[in-house]
Write a protein that binds this ligand. Structure first.
Ligand code: ATP
Ligand code: MG
Length: 650
């Protein structure tokens, strides 16, 4: 550990990023939050701040006590009752939002649908009624395995309406992953589709479901939405078409009042580090947290066209495609397919076509766009955009600046939002009307959130472990069926606080900079170096589009840095360039961080949600058998790298 002053620092901070981007004046003028007073107010009385946010929702019975905190379990809005689907639908159809678009959906082949709040309300009611007639009751877990079509949020909201917790499994997962998740929560009902469109092909969801169910004893019904019309096998005793399922359904199901602490859903994490965990989220606190952050961080206005490009199968989709935006009565764009179909300009065509004003996407996507080149966004008119966001990984300063210039035209603030499946809601992010941004920094904790950077003893330091010191409304309530793991994973490293597992540093002005996962921190000659800083220095080189670094065992230094880099389209991949890249890192952040080897990678191994899986790169570099690869998006990526690495060694 490095020593600075008195305190031991778990990570050494190297990168100095000095650029500042104040919010554009025009933006601030019209922003929801114009004054930093909100931070002071919330800090002075966080519970009052959250009560105020909760009051934006419709409660069927008011709560008696705002928070009960018995470490590690928090309960919010105790005694309060509400219905999430009532908040997301009924409230809006009673007023002027009745015929406002809730979802503008675009299918990958180019078909599109618009669902108003009234349309969505009708569909959800019918599906909720059908579920109920089918015997689904409060507390029964329902697994949903669907493409990005409107029926996915319809199914979720229908479950919420009748109090059946849903478990959405991302449509890209294999039959084995689906089976594990169904078995973990023991759902009797699975909702799927025959297939979905992806990169010009068809994903065989029903076939995967059939395969998965070979190992599931308790699934008695599979509801199948017809999306592609592809050939599927049919099990007459088990399978039901969606359209038959809702045929005799009632038009209205009264939204039952549920307890604020009733389970809304469980969701498995993306599994970058190991076995996915079933994260439990509840009703009142969750909806309060996601609606407040969505409203304030995205500066939501009635007329916005908001597009979050995540898949609903991830928490980002749950909180910021479905529950946050619908609770706020927003219009959301939803897209079924990939950004490169039929061409690499698809996202920008969608922005232009629907006049998207707020775009929320991931650093991995942004770096891909950088690699493809500026010609694709340049083909389209992006002038409707007014605010940009990112989530999922640390964003490298160069990618941030590209996003600002090329996509935002220098006119749109960027909100770099840090949060986790476990946190349910964004915890660290700029407020776009008031925060002066620094590229690569998620800036400050959201009002009412108390975060800190600490060492093993829990003392505040400049660079170390990111922890959260006070409960927040949308926080997880546990790991499904595994209280021991919940305690160990989040509440045991440092006494009394929530341990995020991420590294962070805080600069002199109090900005938080996420440094990547603690497990990925490298130990080079006794210096603890973060992956994020070395990767940012690599991406800063004009030829590099994307990079992942890992520490591999080294006799003398403890660990040596291996850098896997993806080069921009059209740049020759020479030995000379490798040298140049290593020097660039040394110059940018110090000789200590100079990579020992640079390996050209056509692609980096990523989870299905687009996060780099560094543990697999460590396996490659150390010549080990690969660890758990079930959450890997494309298995050939690692096997190719493994081959390349072995050739280099041999
Ligand atoms: P697992 O916990 O199973 O390994 P995961 O952590 O990838 O999977 P998620 O909950 O989807 O699953 O991801 C949360 C993590 O993503 C954070 O802990 C952090 O490492 C990273 N992250 C998300 N947003 C940001 C951001 N804005 N800046 C930096 N890192 C981010
Ligand atoms: Mg995690």
């Amino acid at each position: 550990m490095a020593k600075t002053g008195q305190r031991e620092e778990p990570i050494q901070a190297l990168l100095k990023e000095g650029r500042k981007f104040p919010p554009p004046k025009e933006f601030t003028k019209a922003a929801r939050v114009k004054s930093p007073a909100i931070y002071k107010e919330a800090a002075a009385n966080p519970l009052r701040f959250w009560e105020k946010q909760a009051k934006e929702l419709r409660w069927l019975k008011p709560w008696k006590k705002t928070l009960e905190w018995k470490l590690p379990y928090a309960k919010w809005f105790i005694g309060g009752k509400l219905n999430v689907s009532d908040n997301c639908l009924d409230r809006h159809v009673e007023g002027p939002r009745r015929n406002k678009a809730a979802f503008i959906w675009e299918g990958e082949p180019g078909d599109s649908r618009v669902l108003t709040y009234w349309d969505l309300y009708r569909e959800v009611n019918r599906f909720a009624s059908a579920l109920r007639k089918h015997g689904v009751k409060k507390g029964d877990a329902v697994t949903i395995y669907m493409p990005m079509i409107p029926e996915l949020p319809i199914a979720m909201l229908a479950c919420a309406r009748i109090g059946a917790p849903h478990s959405v499994v991302f449509g890209g997962f294999s039959p084995e992953s689906l089976r594990d998740r169904i078995n973990d929560c023991k759902s009797k009902v699975v909702i799927t589709a025959d297939g979905g469109y992806r990169r010009g092909g068809q994903v065989a969801l029903k076939k995967n479901t059939d395969e998965a169910l070979k190992g599931c004893a308790f699934v008695s019904s599979v509801i199948v939405f017809k999306r592609t019309g592809q050939d599927i096998d049919w099990h007459r005793d088990r399978d039901i078409w969606w359209h038959d399922f809702v045929k005799d359904a009632d038009a209205y199901v009264k939204p039952e009042p549920f307890d604020a602490e009733d389970m809304l859903y469980l969701l498995y994490t993306s599994g970058s580090t190991g076995k996915p965990k079933g994260i439990v989220h509840t009703t009142g606190g969750y909806l309060t947290g996601v609606s407040a952050t969505h409203r304030l961080i995205f500066d939501l206005r009635e007329e916005d066209v908001y597009w979050c490009t995540a898949d609903i199968g991830w928490v980002t989709g749950h909180s910021y495609i479905v529950y946050g935006p619908l609770a706020n009565g927003a219009t959301g764009v939803m897209y079924e397919g990939t950004p490169d179909f039929p061409d690499k300009d698809r996202f920008w065509r969608i922005v232009e076509k629907y006049g998207v004003t707020i775009l929320y996407t991931a650093p991995t996507a942004i770096r891909t766009f950088v690699r493809w080149g500026d010609e694709y966004p340049k083909r389209c008119n992006l002038s409707s955009l007014r605010l940009l966001g990112t989530v999922g990984e640390p964003i490298n300063p160069e990618a941030w600046v590209w996003y600002w210039k090329v996509i935002g035209g220098g006119r749109c603030p960027i909100v770099d939002t840090w949060w986790q499946t476990e946190t349910g809601q964004i915890l660290i992010s700029p407020l776009p009307g008031i925060t002066v941004c620094k590229p690569g920094s998620a800036t400050f904790p959201f009002p009412g959130i108390e975060a800190d950077v600490v060492n093993d003893k829990g003392e505040s330091v400049d660079a170390g472990y990111l922890v959260i010191k006070r409960p927040w409304p949308a926080m997880l309530r546990g790991i499904y069926g595994d209280p021991e793991r919940y305690q160990r994973q989040y509440w045991s490293q440092i006494k009394g606080v929530y341990f995020t597992g991420d590294g962070a540093k805080r600069d002199k002005e109090g900005y938080f900079w996420l440094l990547g996962r603690i497990d990925d921190v490298m130990n080079v000659s006794g210096h603890r170096v973060s992956t994020m800083e070395v990767e940012s220095a690599l991406v800063d080189h004009p030829a590099v589009a994307e990079a992942a670094v890992i520490g591999r065992t080294h006799e003398i230094k403890g660990q040596a840095i291996s850098a896997f880099v993806t080069i921009k389209v059209g740049r020759p991949q020479t030995e000379e360039l490798k040298k140049e890249i290593k020097e660039h890192v040394a110059k940018k952040i110090g000789a200590l961080a100079r990579p020992d080897d640079v390996i050209y990678a056509a692609e980096l191994p990523k989870t299905r949600s687009g996060k780099i899986m560094r543990r697999l790169l460590r396996d490659v570099a150390e010549g080990r058998a690969l660890g758990d690869t079930t959450t890997l998006a494309d298995a050939t990526v690692v096997s190719d790298l493994k081959q390349k690495y072995e050739d280099k060694e041999g």
